[in-house]
Structures are given as structure tokens and as C-alpha cells.
Write a protein that binds this ligand. Structure first.
Ligand SMILES: Cc1cc2nc3c(=O)[nH]c(=O)nc-3n(C[C@H](O)[C@H](O)[C@H](O)COP(=O)(O)OP(=O)(O)OC[C@H]3O[C@@H](n4cnc5c(N)ncnc54)[C@H](O)[C@@H]3O)c2cc1C
Length: 361
């Protein structure tokens, strides 16, 4: 038995790891130049995240178990001191004892530590810059038409008895929108549902701002800002466990990507907002990194970009079933019954898909 996993985000890598632990011959094809998908570090030291930051261990047993297996640790999101309310451009931000989401925790070394830990265990079976264009079932084997990037000139064909599609929902549907050769009404229904499902967080812009010190902590501020004027609508402390390296992160909200054509102007606006909110205690940032997920070709389609960005609902169980006599599964986080769209969903789905593949043999 051989399995090809399409997509080296958390769900794809974790599925591949569980399969390889069970002795299954598995390889992973990833379109972009790096593994991780929506999990990306802001800087090379990996501490700050351009994608997900928080997990909630009190309510998320799956990530808690995976962190133990991979020997990774958590620390609490820093939230001591007052938050700032940023109401308008003319008055200074006001201190407020705003309640924060209970139990938010971060992975030591940054969320990308999860990806690095899995890559270490997967020993070179992940092929990056391999874009899967289409999947066709012929004689009970899946044939994958693959282009190697960046030139996208080389067309390759991979074949496998079983495939796991771990790409964002609409990209999975697109891959199977050609003549896939499978006579299955349920697969058709699953493709339609995936085509109507937004990638969670796709329309958002995340900004990481690095400072010499976590100056806000010395002023009994948590680093948190809730803003009605932006450009960042919410800001949080994003420093390492002991306050170093010092950083904040913020979200620019779902409809902010008009800045995409002028990153420098956007960064200046972010800097001005932080100076307005913190006042004279705010030094110049060392670095501002902007990640606009709305323009990530292997995360976001035009329909995702223009969606409202609401939290995903649990999809019909048809997307969680295997199809075509146990030869194709969907594994992206949005297909999970538990915490769809979240890290917990990606890992929960990986556990289930890997178990089903092993049990189906
Ligand atoms: C800004 C932001 C903040 C977030 N915050 C949180 C948070 O605090 N907590 C939380 O739990 N979750 C959060 N999330 C969600 C979390 O990132 C996702 O749940 C998780 O990373 C999804 O992993 P995945 O593997 O299912 O999908 P993805 O990470 O999307 O992986 C899919 C992979 O498929 C690849 N791919 C796509 N098309 C092809 C193709 N044709 N051929 C080959 N490969 C392809 C992609 O390049 C990608 O690597 C956040 C997401 C974002 C963007």
C-alpha cells in the first residue's frame, strides 16, 4: 500500500507522521516552497507567528496529547495589566480592565515548532514546490498531475492506491473538478460542500511588530489594544516566555487588504497607531512584518478572499467519509468534526484519517 498526502500543512504532515509510524509507505506533495501551510514564522528564530498563535489546552485534548508526543511545551499568553481602548483618532487610548479569552496558551519557540518537530520525524518524504493540479482514478489507482514550481513547466505524474487531500477546501474541490474518473455521487456531494466552504482566516492580515523591549509591561499594560479606528483592530503581546524577544501582534481585520498595493504606507499607519495608543513610552519598532493571507495562492481563492471570515461550522459527515472504496480522504482542518478550522481540528482529523487508512488495509 502506498499513500500520497497532498498538502504539507499541519493536517497533512500529522497524517503522514501517523501513517509512517504505522509502517505505511507515504509521501507528501506540497505546492509552496515551505511546509507548514497557514503555520508560518515571522522571523527566522521562529518565536513569532504569522499564522496561528493560540491553543486552549483546557478544552483541547488532541493538541495537548500531540505536544506531549512531540515534546513541546506551552506557556500562558501574557495578559497582565490593563488593555487599551482605541476609540478615535483625536483622543488618547484609555486603560481598561477588558476581559481576555480564558486559557489562551502559546507553544514555546513559536507555533512553527510543531511543523519543525514533524518535519524532523518525516525524514525527507515531503516534496515542496510540487503543485497537484488534478487527481484521476484509473484502474483503482489515483493518478496525480503535478507541476513543479517555480517554473511550473515540468508536468509529472504520480500514482498511488490511496490519497489524502489535505489542502484548503476550495483548492481541494478545484483539484477534483476536472474529470476525476470516479463514479461516486457521495464524492460529488463532498466536492460541492468543499467548494462552498471558506478557508478559515483566509481574508485576514496579521502584523508582527518587533521591539527592543516589551516596554508596555513596565507600564502595567498587557500590550492588548481593542481599536475601533485601526488599522489594527486588535493587538496582543507576542513576546517570548520571559518577555524576549519583545513583540506585539495584531489583526487588520477581514476587509483590510486594500493595503496590499502599498505595504510601506500600511506599515507607517500601523506604527502611527501604536504610537498614538502607547503615547510617548513607545519607541520605534525594530521591525514590522505584514502577512496578508488574502493573497496566498495555496490558502485562499477569490471566493475566500471576499467572504466574511466567520468561524467555520461542522460540515456534513460526507466530507469525513472515505470515498471510492477507501481510496480518497479529506483531511484539512475545516473538515474536522472537532474544532473545525483550528489547529485542534487539523490534528484531530489527522488522527482519524490515519487510523481509518491503517484499519482499511
Ligand atoms: C492568521 C491566522 C491566525 C490563526 N489563528 C489560529 C489560532 O490562534 N489558533 C488555531 O487553533 N488556529 C488558528 N488559525 C487556523 C490554523 O492556522 C489552521 O487551522 C491550521 O494551520 C490548518 O492546517 P491544515 O493543514 O488543515 O491546512 P493548511 O495549513 O491550509 O495546509 C494546506 C496545505 O496544502 C497546500 N496546498 C494547497 N494547494 C495545493 C496543491 N494544489 N498541491 C499541493 N499542495 C497544496 C498548502 O500550500 C498548504 O501547505 C489561524 C490561521 C491564520 C491564517
Amino acid at each position: 500500500m502506498s499513500v500520497i498526502v497532498i498538502g504539507a500543512g499541519l493536517a497533512g504532515l500529522a497524517t503522514a507522521f501517523r501513517l509512517s509510524q504505522a509502517g505505511v509507505d507515504v509521501q507528501v506533495l506540497e505546492a509552496s516552497a515551505f511546509a507548514g501551510g497557514r503555520i508560518q514564522p515571522a522571523f527566522t528564530d521562529g518565536h513569532q507567528d504569522l499564522g496561528p498563535t493560540w491553543v486552549w489546552p483546557y478544552a483541547q485534548p488532541v493538541i495537548t496529547r500531540w505536544l506531549e508526543d512531540l515534546q513541546l511545551e506551552l506557556f500562558d499568553q501574557y495578559d497582565k495589566g490593563a488593555a487599551l481602548i482605541d476609540r478615535d483618532l483625536t483622543t488618547s487610548a484609555q486603560r481598561h480592565g477588558l476581559a481576555f479569552q480564558y486559557g489562551s496558551a502559546r507553544i514555546k519557540g513559536g507555533t512553527y515548532s510543531l511543523i519543525n518537530a514533524l518535519l524532523d520525524k518525516l525524514n525527507g518524504i515531503v516534496r515542496v514546490e510540487h503543485v497537484v493540479n488534478s487527481c484521476t482514478l484509473k484502474n483503482k489507482r489515483w493518478q496525480l498531475n503535478v507541476s513543479t514550481t517555480p517554473t511550473e513547466l515540468n508536468a509529472l505524474c504520480f500514482t498511488s492506491s490511496q490519497i489524502v487531500v489535505a489542502t484548503p477546501p476550495r483548492l481541494a474541490a478545484k483539484m477534483l473538478s476536472h474529470d476525476h474518473g470516479a463514479q461516486s455521487d457521495e464524492l460529488e456531494q463532498a466536492i460541492q460542500i468543499l467548494n462552498a466552504t471558506q478557508t478559515w482566516m483566509a481574508p485576514h492580515t496579521k502584523v508582527v511588530v518587533e521591539y527592543e523591549t516589551a516596554f508596555w509591561r513596565e507600564q502595567d499594560l498587557s500590550g492588548r489594544i481593542a481599536s475601533q479606528v485601526g488599522p489594527l483592530v486588535e493587538v496582543h503581546d507576542h513576546s517570548g516566555p520571559d518577555g524576549t524577544p519583545a513583540a506585539l501582534f495584531g489583526f487588520a481585520g477581514a476587509s483590510s487588504h486594500s493595503h496590499n498595493n502599498n505595504n510601506e504606507q500600511f506599515k507607517t499607519a500601523v506604527k502611527q497607531q501604536l504610537q498614538r495608543c502607547f503615547g510617548e513610552i513607545a519607541p520605534d519598532p525594530l521591525n514590522i512584518i505584514v502577512k496578508d493571507w488574502a493573497f496566498e495562492p495555496y490558502t485562499t481563492t477569490a471566493a475566500d478572499r471576499n467572504g466574511e471570515g466567520s468561524h467555520p461550522k461542522v460540515l456534513s459527515k460526507i466530507v469525513r467519509k472515505s470515498h471510492c472504496e477507501n481510496t480518497i480522504w479529506f483531511a484539512v482542518s475545516e473538515t474536522s468534526e472537532r474544532s473545525p478550522g483550528l489547529i485542534e481540528g487539523a490534528l484531530s482529523r489527522a488522527d482519524k484519517v490515519a487510523d481509518e487508512i491503517v484499519n482499511a488495509t
